[in-house]
Design a protein around this ligand. Sequence first.
Ligand code: GUN
Length: 294
Amino acid sequence: MILLDGKKTAQDIKVEITAEVNKMKANGEKVPHLAALIVGSDGASLTYVGSKVKACELVGFESTLIKMPSTTSETELLKKIKELNQNDDIDGFIVQLPLPEQIDTQKVLMAICPSKDVDGFHPENFGKMALDMTTFIPATPFGILELLERYGVETKGKHTVVIGRSHIVGRPMSILMGRKGFPGNSTVTLTHSYTKNIAQITTQADIIISALGVPNYLKAEMVKDGAVIIDVGITRVPDETTEKGYVITGDVDFENVSKKASYITPVPGGVGPMTIAMLLKNTLLAREQRRVNN
Ligand code: GUN
């Protein structure tokens, strides 16, 4: 079994990005600037956004964190997005999801200027992704592709089973794995809450990408020998014996599934750090496109 080490790979990517930023600085060019907008005070979301901002500092990007109260109205949020769209200094920005229920998420994502949509959630960018056009690929799927590529995991002609059809991970992942090229050229099955006999499907999979958010859902008996296992789950499970009061737990029963897997991502230290690294990569791309177009 080979561990797909997202922590180390993300570190390598950050070193590569830092080198790019240093070149920009040496040429007297503007460095990339990422803004992150968060509405409310959900602990996990604040942690993720904090990590994104910290990663920007690490590679030499500029960053701006905008915190809005959980009572923020849709109109107020749309106004803030308009400001970010018009602010020439900002190359890309993200609105951390989920949003409070008084806000229509689709409306918000549609309001982000596609050229600054480094999450790749705007329908224009999502459509481009599905049509193999150059665009921002959502960071978590992009991170998974990067891991598969850097570890040389064969995907061509393989049966990839994706568990979960979220707009952020499952749906884009199912499209990307079926695209022409590497990683891609897979035969993809997208499973979800209405899928019958899921174990019958997962036991036929060469590659399983689980993005369900149910701790320890994928058991050894659901996996065939030699399968590639990508665990996107990051659920906080209460645990009083730890300092934080919780442990981050993946969708995969790692202890038992790892004995059958050819490659597997750990949680933590697998897909999570890759998501942040790829957001930085998208921001670098956004800066480059703005430089070329201005
Ligand atoms: N919430 C969970 N994952 C993500 C992500 O990749 N981007 C944003 N904006 N919100 C998220």
